[in-house]
Design a protein around this ligand. Sequence first.
Ligand SMILES: Cc1cc2nc3c(=O)[nH]c(=O)nc-3n(C[C@H](O)[C@H](O)[C@H](O)COP(=O)(O)OP(=O)(O)OC[C@H]3O[C@@H](n4cnc5c(N)ncnc54)[C@H](O)[C@@H]3O)c2cc1C
Length: 384
Amino acid sequence: MDLAYTEEEEDFRARLREWLAKVLPSLPPKPSPDDWPGRRAYDLGWQRTLYEAGYAGLHWPVDAGGRGATPTQHLIYLEETEKAGAPYVGANFVGLLHAGPTIASEGTPEQRARWLPPVLRGEEVWCQGFSEPDAGSDLAALRTRARRDGDDYVVSGSKIWTSHAEVADWCELLVRTDPAAPKHRGISWLAMPMDAPGITVRPLRTLAGSTEFAEVFLDEVRVPVANRVGAENDGWRVTMVTLSYERGTAFVGEVVACRRVLGELAREARGNGRWDDDALRRRLGRLNAEFRALWRLTQWNVSESQRTGGVPGVGGSVFKLRYSHARQELYDAAAEVLGPEALDLGREWTLDRLSSLSYTIAAGTSQIQSNIVAERILGLPKGR
Ligand SMILES: Cc1cc2nc3c(=O)[nH]c(=O)nc-3n(C[C@H](O)[C@H](O)[C@H](O)COP(=O)(O)OP(=O)(O)OC[C@H]3O[C@@H](n4cnc5c(N)ncnc54)[C@H](O)[C@@H]3O)c2cc1C
């Protein structure tokens, strides 16, 4: 493991910094959290800006239109864009980090040509239709059924917690194509156009008051067989392939942001007198150590994935487990710094505190991450 950056990597960082300093001041103002058409336009606009500058799909393979950057370059990109206050992927999340890499790896040449360029150019938004009311942690229990009818699948069922469904053009959809097969074997991966007849999107309001995700009801929706990525009933393997693209860089920007918030909290506490409280100072100090350790763990995970050729390690689970709790502790500390003002939804950090509660659920719950750590790292017996 080598945590030092090479000269080439530092050069990449310097050029990126220079570009960010030039381009960020000319960005339009951010839309409000519930202005979904505005958020879509803003996020796609940023993606177009990246595309024109050659930064789109940095970690995608070159033959898929990306730059084939190493995990370390991707880490530097995420660190620098967050430090500079650049927009995050936002509505492009699924297209850039999930569906796009899946199609790049498993799609036919026609599928790659159809779906990848619009993601890179910031023209189309994807959402992820995986979870169902009775299939979350146990995703392979999904029941949304796809029945073959000529050149189409006819899809019926329902999905839940579908982020960005309201503004998506496409959905990466997991469906059951063989109900008789063992549960991991009868699943297929489809690209479903979100304007197909039979789709109803019902937004769900979160604790923080916004409609980040939705229920998606599918009633006899026709999806061309040509939109299936990978072989029929091989969707589980296709989904697992996608995960290898994260290579330890998920949440990088967020750790950088949390470290910045910590500094801001200390400043706020100094200004409002709460800094005199020894227990609060100790709490902030401990969090500072925690986030420094998480940053080192990120570098270690990235360094490891570079060494092993991009194979995802279980280090990602250790990180996710600790990070999601540290984030909640950070915003609890923010509430202590703010005092009664923490009840004001318009106050900085209050909405972040509410949304931090979802971190121990989204992208694999803490219990599931603990199971992975217990079984795959510690070698403890598998639970029944
Ligand atoms: C902000 C956010 C965004 C999301 N976006 C999307 C999206 O875009 N697309 C999508 O498809 N899904 C999305 N999800 C859904 C997410 O993937 C699921 O919520 C998650 O996988 C957990 O599934 P569940 O909610 O059904 O809970 P369940 O799986 O029902 O779990 C309930 C509880 O039981 C525990 N549990 C379950 N199984 C075990 C076990 N084997 N051992 C120990 N404990 C266990 C869990 O940890 C949890 O505490 C999102 C969720 C959030 C919070």
